[in-house]
Design a protein around this ligand. Sequence first.
Ligand code: HEC
Length: 123
Amino acid sequence: MENTSGLSDFQLENGIGPVTEKLTLGEIDLAKASKGEKAFNEKCASCHKLDEKYVGPAQRDVLTRRTPEYIVNMIMNPDEMGKKHPETKKLLAQYMTQMPYQNVSMQEALDILEYFRSVNPKK
Ligand code: HEC
């Protein structure tokens, strides 16, 4: 289905990028979450804090705002998201900075997702 943004309903809800169907998520995997925390500190913390706005939005509650698939697509494909996705465009206008792709592998992105799940207040 198309809408005025030219994106499919899936893309509107879940972002544009390598994740094109719903992920199957089980119980939070703490070993992965701990790897994800390390990757977050290395590649994301220069712009994101968990609880405060910084160069980009605070991340503790990101799963309350976005689907897991949206988050992975944002990590893997921020340029295209910034150009085409209405929600990302809004954030771009607000933060005035385009998030760069940080050379994150798909596995690392999933580890970071697990980290975000482990810190989310509604887990
Ligand atoms: C150079 C700064 C910078 C780095 C590094 C960075 N980001 Fe971002 N990020 C931003 C900015 C600015 C935004 C909001 C504007 C936009 O979408 O480009 C954003 C948006 C996001 C969003 C969407 C948030 C929402 O509420 O929709 C997620 C998720 C995200 N970043 C995760 C990450 C992760 C994970 C990493 C590390 C792999 C990372 N970012 C690295 C600056 C950065």
